[in-house]
Design a protein around this ligand. Structure first.
Ligand SMILES: [Zn+2]
Length: 263
């Protein structure tokens, strides 16, 4: 997120049912959320009833205030995570969004919580929601399946071209992806990168990146290489495969090393 893109960096989803519209993530600023709202109004008069937040990261929830009259839906841990991190996010994204935009942002926690699996009926169109049992990409990942279009809205459980960003648990993420790959969908919308990919084949690059991250970190830990020297040697085979690699790979490598060091 930066002043040039105004927080418009994540893929957002909209599903229109017979009597309700569901929005999947609202973007990284209220301006992005408001633009999404206007775009929905241009295609349907059906009320925008549900806002599903796939996880806590600002680029997915900062647009929530544009939909403050809707019902918010999320992982059962999302309210606690937003309460803990929200104030920090508002502070730390001030420079990226600018004072005017950040002043409009409201941290809005979900009122409808998903424990394990749940459904939302939009009127002749049912969404299946699945909350991750433990941390993966983030601390409260939620995936949404629209069976009618055979589309999985994966949130940041799936990155395409944009290098994956680890903020939860590497082992948890890899494990969850093995389960998620069995989801009966023909296509998926990733949180970042290309808007639609074939499913589950569109998962292959990310699985390889994360598996290599784990394998490299494990090997260097076993060889006794200290963190400071290990980071620059982790997942280097993936360099060139991903956008923003140098922005996030060192952080991912550090997190992976820290997680696996204790195993
Ligand atoms: Zn994220």
């Amino acid at each position: 997120m930066d002043p040039a893109n105004a927080g418009d960096i994540a893929n957002l989803g909209v599903v229109v049912g017979g009597d309700a519209v569901a929005v999947i993530d609202t973007g990284g600023s209220v301006a992005v959320g408001a633009a999404l709202r206007a775009a929905i109004r241009a295609i349907t008069k059906v009320p925008i009833r549900y806002i599903i937040n796939t996880h806590e990261h600002p680029d997915h929830v900062f647009g929530n205030a544009a939909f403050s009259d809707a019902t918010f839906v999320g992982h059962h841990r999302l309210p606690a995570v937003l309460a803990e991190r929200g104030p920090y996010y508002l502070q730390s994204y001030r420079d990226q969004l600018g004072p005017d935009e950040i002043a409009k942002v409201r941290i809005i926690p979900p009122g409808v919580l998903v424990q394990d699996e749940s459904t939302l009926d939009l009127g002749g169109r049912v969404l299946h929601l699945r909350a991750a049992a433990s941390p993966a990409h983030s601390h409260c990942d939620l995936a949404v399946l629209d069976a009618a279009s055979s589309t999985l809205f994966a949130g940041d459980l799936l990155f395409v071209r944009h290098v994956p960003v680890l903020d939860g648990s590497l082992m948890g993420w890899l494990s969850l992806l093995r389960q998620l790959s069995a989801t009966p969908a023909l296509r998926a919308v990733p949180g970042h990168g290309r808007q639609v990919v074939a499913w589950p084949s569109g998962l292959a690059d990310e699985q390889r990146y994360l598996a290599t991250l784990a394998a490299d970190a494990r090997r260097l830990i076993a060889e006794g290489v200290p963190l400071g020297q290990a980071v620059a040697r982790i997942d280097q085979a993936e360099r060139g495969q991903w956008q923003l690699f140098d922005d996030y790979n060192p952080r991912n490598a550090t997190a992976a090393y820290g997680e696996l060091e204790w195993q």
